[in-house]
Design a binder for this molecule. Structure first.
Ligand code: GAR
Length: 222
């Protein structure tokens, strides 16, 4: 029997990556279950998709809080209330404070629509086209303090075509995101992907097999 880690997915928009994770988690042998989909925007299209899929949803509207940390305390409380063990950011468009990042150290992953460390931040596809790169793609990484940094779990590359616009490139990358994110979440939730720290640097080592349950020490939240 596979141990299914409880995942909280944070979204801000349409939630197509969230839907890909929910679909993957329907398989009985998938090592994660979606315990919560939470949005900082009450009008996020992904909320209805999650509810239609039978996943618990919540809204923590950042505009209702006086400062970033008060918002994050409420977001954290929602995760804890749903016994979330691992957070997936999936088109979640809020910068996080060190407090939240430390609270979920090694237990929070993000998907970004570029081959990091190239093109962190916004407007990645327009910037990739402006640079004339021939490969674009997406990255799933553990979340660290600087935006769009952290040890890489996995990447997928797609070609950049001469006729591409930011929109056509975004669509090609998004299709790759939907394949990549479920595979990376499975690696992390099963314990196959682990952060290795050596000489002041960090990277993710991928084991061929999941560790036996007694050897799998899940990073502590406390
Ligand atoms: C995705 O392309 C995701 O990689 C990107 O927002 C989109 C969300 O789409 N995230 C970021 O840019 C975060 N830096 P979705 O809501 O349909 O999953």
């Amino acid at each position: 029997m596979v141990r299914r880690r409880r995942v909280g997915i944070a979204i801000s928009g349409g939630g197509s990556n969230m839907a890909a994770l929910v679909a993957a988690a329907r398989a009985a042998d998938y090592p994660a279950e979606v315990a919560l989909v939470v949005s900082n925007r009450p009008d996020a299209g992904g909320l209805a998709k999650a509810a239609a899929a039978g996943v618990p949803t919540a809204v923590v509207d950042h505009k209702a809080f006086g400062d970033r940390q008060a918002f994050e305390i409420a977001l954290h409380a929602e995760m804890v209330r749903h016994d979330v063990e691992l957070v997936c950011l999936a088109g979640f468009m809020r910068l996080l404070t060190p407090w939240f990042i430390e609270s979920w150290m090694d237990r929070m992953i993000n998907i970004h629509p570029s081959l990091l460390p190239a093109f962190p931040g916004l407007h990645t596809h327009a910037r990739a086209l402006a640079e004339g790169v021939k490969l674009a793609g997406c990255t799933v990484h553990f979340v660290r303090h600087a935006m769009d940094t952290g040890p890489v779990v996995g990447q997928a590359a797609v070609p950049v075509l001469s006729a591409d616009t930011p929109e056509t490139l975004a669509a090609r990358v998004l299709a790759a995101e939907h394949r990549l994110y479920p595979r990376c979440l499975a690696l992390v939730a099963s314990g196959r992907a682990a952060v290795v720290r050596e000489g002041g640097t960090e990277r993710v080592a991928i084991a061929a097999e999941p560790p036996p349950p007694e050897a799998f020490v899940w990073p502590s939240r406390d």
